[in-house]
Design a protein around this ligand. Structure first.
Ligand code: ASP
Length: 587
């Protein structure tokens, strides 16, 4: 037997027992006549003591053991005189009687402790060592628990887990595909799924009724912080449902996970906010509602006073930050700099402060009377001590900028506590999105999303106003999942493809298999997919998904541990009928 116990389980109840442990040496300290070793395994750390006086030979042997050596040790559990409350086993230590080296180790490239000296790239290169660190490992264990609880809930609700293929044909999520060249069919390619969207719909046609899968998806998107080219979804689909059935079912999943993983409950149903309202109140379709600070449309009130930037603007909006009237010039300048950053692109920021006596002072006093400003305070619900921040410009852009400013204020005021969770549904998304560059509509969600029945009449006359039966689950300002009720009748699907500028042939070529299937009795159906990495990260109180993936890629989409992407042999290229162009070679 390699061990009688793990390194995380011994306590005072075991004192006097002889035990055998096995694990890695995290750290070793020689203090005169004593040598202490912290022995680590997946379950925790236990302190071993070697005593020069009682067994000099054994102590000398212990002193030769290096960091990350794998050892087996037998000894007696004793109560510690110097207890360590930070360690689960901190009340005891093991007085070693024998030690066996099971394996040696090179000196690790960074310290394998909670606070490591290793930089990101180095830790990624030696990910198996990074995974030995307690904090990284516990993220992966959290992920495991999430997956188990997802399965427990969905299985309990009658969902069937079905695997769908990975070598497929382009899917409709709108990103670039990763492709796999075919050896048997030179010149032809598989695409890796951006999601199992079409397959889960086919499973509904097949009568599976409730499907789910925890599944890898692949999207070759432009590099952005905290995006992974391969990521995991909790992918779900249901038949014979309306939008409410889906929202209720998956609100149930969210409640189950929060309860099982965090011991948290939520009073009342999750808020359901229409897309238009989310945009006008929070400047985003993924509002962080841990704090209020809503955007107020003050266009009417602020126009007509000859302040040029407002006169020229289509929209003027304001937020009110409680208790911030005392903010200094420097702080306000910082905020102005913040909104002028290219990512936000605002031209300026106007402020107004409600003084303790209720009078309002502003950076545009010249243009506005005390009454105007008192009215502004009233409209934004501001009271003595509050700071009003105002921006103007084209409506959508200004709302987005105010949304960013709102988040920044929330951050500065400590209102975005990662231990607080505020879930909500955003519903009634627009069906279509106009792209200026290509001068055409794109599906905001994907081309199988059903328009709202009452809006179908506008599909051709006024496509902008058509809303979809599409919804997102948002937690703390992050989109955790999204889905839609699907089109299941051929006429609406044809109309949708036409609106998207697909010819009949193109639609047949890309999605013919699905359209054909729909001719054989497709049930009304709909579904949703959740970003599993992101949801786990949020549950772990972090927004870095990489920390919750065992073997992630870096933000250049490289796996620096196995060193890929990599070139392949000429024979392989020949078999695939592929030639690398000169320009690619020189890159
Ligand atoms: N396939 C969609 C996505 O990946 C989700 C869904 O519509 O169910 O976003």
């Amino acid at each position: 037997m390699y061990r009688t116990h793990t390194c995380g389980e011994l306590s005072q109840a075991n004192t006097g027992q002889q035990v055998t442990l096995a694990g890695w040496i995290q750290r070793s300290r020689d203090l005169g006549g004593m040598t202490f070793i912290d022995l680590r395994d997946r379950y925790g750390i236990t302190q071993l003591v070697f005593n020069m006086e009682t067994d000099a030979g054994l102590c000398m042997k212990a002193r030769k053991l290096g960091r990350e050596f794998v050892i087996q040790v037998t000894g007696i559990v004793v109560e510690r005189s110097n207890k360590n409350p930070k360690l689960a086993t901190g009340d005891i230590e093991i007085i070693a009687a024998s030690v066996e080296t099971l394996n040696t180790s090179d000196i690790p490239p960074f310290t394998i402790e909670e606070n490591t000296d290793g930089g990101d790239e180095l830790r990624m290169k030696y990910r198996y060592l990074d995974l030995r660190r307690q904090n990284v490992r516990s993220n992966i264990i959290l992920r495991h628990r999430m997956a188990q609880e997802v399965r427990r809930y969905l299985d309990g609700q009658g969902f069937i887990e079905v695997e769908t293929p990975v070598l497929i044909k382009s899917t409709p999520e709108g990103a670039r595909d990763f492709v796999v060249p075919s050896r048997l069919h030179n010149g032809e390619f598989y695409a890796l799924p951006q999601s199992p969207q079409t397959f889960k719909q086919l499973l509904m046609v097949a009568g599976f009724d409730k499907y789910f899968q925890i599944v890898k998806c692949f999207r070759d998107e432009d590099l952005r912080a905290d995006r992974q080219p391969e990521f995991t979804q909790i992918d779900c689909e249901m038949s014979f449902i309306h939008q409410d059935d889906i929202l209720n079912m998956f609100e149930g999943l969210a409640r189950h996970l929060f309860h099982a993983i965090k011991g948290l409950g939520f009073e009342g149903p999750f808020p359901r906010i229409p897309y238009d309202e989310a945009m006008s109140l929070y400047g985003t379709d993924k509002p962080d509602i841990r704090f209020d600070m809503r955007i107020e449309d003050v266009t009417k009130a602020m126009k007509g006073r000859n302040f040029p930037p407002f006169e020229l603007a289509a929209y003027v909006g304001a937020i009110s930050a409680q208790g911030c009237a005392g903010w200094s010039r420097k702080q306000l300048d910082e905020l102005t700099e913040f909104v002028k950053r290219p990512q936000i692109g605002a031209t300026g920021l106007v402020w107004a402060k409600v003084e303790t006596d209720g009078t309002v002072r502003s950076s545009v006093d010249k243009y506005y009377s005390p009454d105007d400003l008192a009215n502004l305070a009233l409209m934004t619900g501001s009271e003595a001590g509050d700071l009003i921040l105002i921006m103007a410009g084209p409506r959508e852009k200004t709302l987005n900028a105010l949304g960013e400013l709102r988040l920044e204020m929330g951050r500065r005021l400590g209102l975005r506590d990662s231990a607080v969770y505020a879930p909500l549904w955003v519903v009634d998304f627009p069906l279509l999105e106009w792209d200026d560059e290509t001068q055409r509509f794109y599906a905001k969600h994907h081309p199988f999303t059903a328009p709202k029945q009452e809006d179908i009449q506008f599909m051709e006359s006024d496509p902008w106003r058509v809303r979809a039966n599409a919804y997102d689950l948002v937690i703390n300002g992050t989109e955790i999942g999204g889905g839609s009720i699907r089109i299941h009748d051929p006429e609406t699907q044809t109309l949708m493809f036409r609106t998207l500028g697909f010819t009949e042939e193109e639609a047949q070529k890309q999605f013919g298999f699905l359209l054909n299937a729909f001719r054989y009795g497709a049930p009304p159906h709909g579904g949703i997919a959740f970003g599993f990495d992101r949801w786990t990260a949020i549950m772990g109180g972090s927004d870095t998904i990489r920390d919750f993936i065992a073997f992630p890629k870096n933000n250049q989409a490289r796996d620096v541990m196995i060193d890929t992407p990599a070139t392949i042999k000429q024979e392989q290229l020949d078999e695939l009928g592929i030639e690398i162009s000169k320009s690619a070679e020189s890159k």
